[in-house]
Design a protein around this ligand. Structure first.
Ligand code: GDP
Ligand code: MG
Length: 176
């Protein structure tokens, strides 16, 4: 790709996964360094735009959060349209959310017609004392599906920035 001065990179990234796994808090931690204990407080925001520097270029990611519609299994195709990156999130303290990952991957595949940089995210790693999914299980699933993998905590910030930035970097590598 030509290295123009005015060149712009703007990538759409979606966050998917079961209700209450911490999707909204991962985004608010990354974009605003905020965390909210009350899950009901996060509604309304469609997406947040966040910039990072790669090879001296400003790369912007438009990161989309569901408005809670995943509760009704009604995440629309508009949500996925144009996405080139995805974080598929489960909660390490609730196995059912890990068991749903396959369904989320199917939905993502159904709605995407391009290469999507995908990361499996085991969130709430601060809850190690009530862990219900081992790191090895997360890694193994990611490996078998060809996904990046990371455990994160939106609460104490562990790996949040790293997870988003790895996805954004991979998208950049895919297009440049
Ligand atoms: P969403 O439905 O996937 O968007 O989940 P939310 O971001 O609304 O979070 C659901 C609940 O989990 C809220 O009570 C959050 O405070 C809590 N939560 C989110 N991330 C973490 C985390 O990393 N650690 C812990 N302990 N709680 C979290
Ligand atoms: Mg949410």
């Amino acid at each position: 790709m030509e290295d123009d001065e005015g060149e712009e990179y703007l990538f759409k990234v979606v966050i998917i996964g079961d209700s209450a796994v911490g999707k909204s808090n991962l985004l608010s931690r990354y974009a605003r360094n905020e965390f909210n204990m009350n899950s009901k407080a996060t509604i309304g925001v469609e997406f947040q735009t966040q910039s990072m520097d790669i090879d001296g270029k400003e790369v912007k990611a438009q990161i989309w959060d569901t408005a809670g519609q995943e509760r009704f299994r009604a995440v629309t195709s508009a949500y996925y349209r144009g996405a080139v990156g995805a974080l598929i999130v489960y909660d390490i303290s609730r196995r059912t959310t890990f068991e749903s990952v396959g369904r989320w991957l199917d939905e993502l595949n159904t709605h995407s017609d391009t290469t999507v940089a995908r990361m499996l995210v085991g969130n709430k790693c601060d809850l190690g004392n009530i862990r219900d999914v081992s790191i090895e299980e997360g890694k193994a699933l990611a490996e078998s599906e060809g996904l990046f993998f990371m455990e994160t905590s939106a609460l104490d910030s562990t790996n949040v920035k790293t997870a988003f930035e790895m996805v954004i970097r991979e998208i950049y590598n895919n297009v440049s």
